[in-house]
Design a protein around this ligand. Structure first.
Ligand code: HEM
Length: 95
């Protein structure tokens, strides 16, 4: 994955680095793979062209800032949906 391979210079965020690479380059690496070890997700039919397009855009998307809240504020913001059922004591199926 792009995020585990090379450390970009500290001055640029990873999305900035990905934007420098460009959508067509990112799609091509994901589609055909590379001789330095990236698998060919597209031509092996693992990912569709649409998936690859979405991933190429995702990699370039600015990282969203988490809200500046402490834990008490985060908990107060939750809307908990309760089913009224207790959680199962055993996994429902053996995989
Ligand atoms: C769906 C999952 C993945 C996506 C979306 C993805 C995406 C990418 C992209 C866009 C690049 C180019 C980054 C750049 O030029 O800076 C890249 C490079 C690379 N990826 Fe992935 N990757 C995925 C999974 C993997 C996996 C599972 C491996 C290892 C088995 C891998 C190994 C590599 C390597 C070794 C490179 C460097 C290739 C080079 O520089 O020529 N990737 N990946």
């Amino acid at each position: 994955m792009a995020y585990c391979v090379k450390e970009p210079p500290a001055t640029r965020s990873r999305p900035e680095l990905m934007r420098e690479r460009g959508t067509e380059y990112l799609k091509s690496v994901m589609n055909y793979g590379s001789s330095s070890g990236m698998p060919n997700w597209g031509t092996s039919d693992t990912l569709t062209g649409k998936n690859i397009q979405l991933l190429a855009l995702f990699l370039q998307h600015p990282i969203p800032q988490p809200p500046d809240m402490d834990q008490a504020e985060v908990r107060a913001s939750w809307t908990l949906l309760e089913t009224g059922q207790s959680p199962p004591e055993q996994p429902p199926a053996q995989l």
